[in-house]
Design a protein around this ligand. Sequence first.
Ligand SMILES: [Zn+2]
Length: 219
Amino acid sequence: MAASFEQKQKIRNIVLTHAHLDHIAGLPLFIDDLFASLTEPIRIYAESEVIEVLERDIFNWDIYPRFSALSNENGAVLEYKPFEKGKEFCVGDLRFTATGVNHKVPAVGFLVSDAQTSLAISSDTAEMNEFWEVVNNAERIDSLLIECAFPNELRDLARVSHHLTPDGLKSEIAKFKHKNCPIYVINLKPMYREEIIAQLENLQIENLQVLQVGKVYNW
Ligand SMILES: [Zn+2]
């Protein structure tokens, strides 16, 4: 939703972790804005359960048009690319492997690699096991991006909505074997951002910082 028109012109591949609205809200209008100008389809990579939710609950003609059934003068405008956990798939120059996390709905984290670099991204999650197994078995991880949605005092809300607090994050980081790897915290609920940041600082984890919105990171 925050992307400029120039940025939108460069985005043709979208990889989804899960179907929660805060992760897909920009999608319908993004495709709508580009509809007439597309010379290739927007490709949405997602688990088949997530694709079913999009088709049933969003692109269902009632909420928004079923773009997967529509074309412009150049052809299809939306193409789904289902992936499965544990099976590597390629998006442009990047290789992705999805791994199960622990959220309220079907959701995955990713290992994302190119020829030089590998990142691990948790997506929305509570405490995890499968993710850590995959990440710890990876030969190299250059950065870990992990969520922390709520401050410690909202731990009950975090528990029922399957998210992490700074205390929960600390327990998760203890499972991470790549010890000196930079850790970037993502998905802080905007309402509690400052509070979460203060609590993360209190953890005094040296290689941990909050990913800044709007900053371009290069790995
Ligand atoms: Zn979510």
